[in-house]
Design a protein around this ligand. Structure first.
Ligand code: 4NP
Length: 166
């Protein structure tokens, strides 16, 4: 399509509520992929169901918008069984969510489970702190950390896509 890079991998970002961290990760990844002309299945979900159907938190929408990324059109959903077959990578925003994902993983699921910062040299295993009960500064910190992780995942998936075609 339009000379973009197409491939069969994909990434699902997962936090607790799917209204703060993973929507920011999804938005940042979509924008980065668009900039690179890289076409990749991307979505986000929560391990919890409290906010299913909700728009992202207004503070997440605001910090993303200030950085040129629109996430207001997203709607929260909970991770589901199919995700473990549809996505090459399921990427958790913190350790508790990685454990929550692991607990739901079907025995024969093909998705690889990781944490966002695992792709960033020197920051493997580092969580993205939940900004929900924090202030605007907490959302900015989360946005900045998420963007470091997302850039690294984008580079990794673009490399993987190249390897798939080779
Ligand atoms: P998220 O943040 O996991 O980054 O979407 C949270 C959103 C809602 C809640 C906790 C964290 N909550 O407890 O409702």
């Amino acid at each position: 399509m339009h000379g973009g890079i197409e491939h069969r991998t994909g990434v699902l970002f997962v936090c607790l509520g799917n209204i703060c961290r993973s929507p920011m990760a999804e938005g940042a990844f979509r924008e980065g992929a668009r900039r690179h002309g890289f076409s990749c299945l991307v979505d986000s979900a929560g391990t919890a169901s409290y906010h299913v159907g909700s728009q992202p938190d207004p503070r997440a929408i605001a910090v993303a918008r200030r950085h040129g990324v629109e996430i207001a059109g997203q709607s929260a959903r909970q991770i589901e069984r199919d995700d473990f077959y549809r996505f090459a990578h399921i990427v958790a925003l913190d350790r508790a969510n990685l454990e929550g994902i692991r607990a739901r993983a079907p025995r024969d699921g093909s998705a690889k489970l990781s944490m966002l910062m695992d792709a960033v040299e020197g920051r493997i295993g580092e969580p993205v702190a939940d900004p929900y009960y924090g202030d605007e500064a907490a959302f900015l910190t989360a946005w900045e950390t998420i963007n470091l992780g997302v850039e690294a995942w984008l580079a990794r998936l673009m490399r993987e896509a190249g390897a798939l075609r080779a």
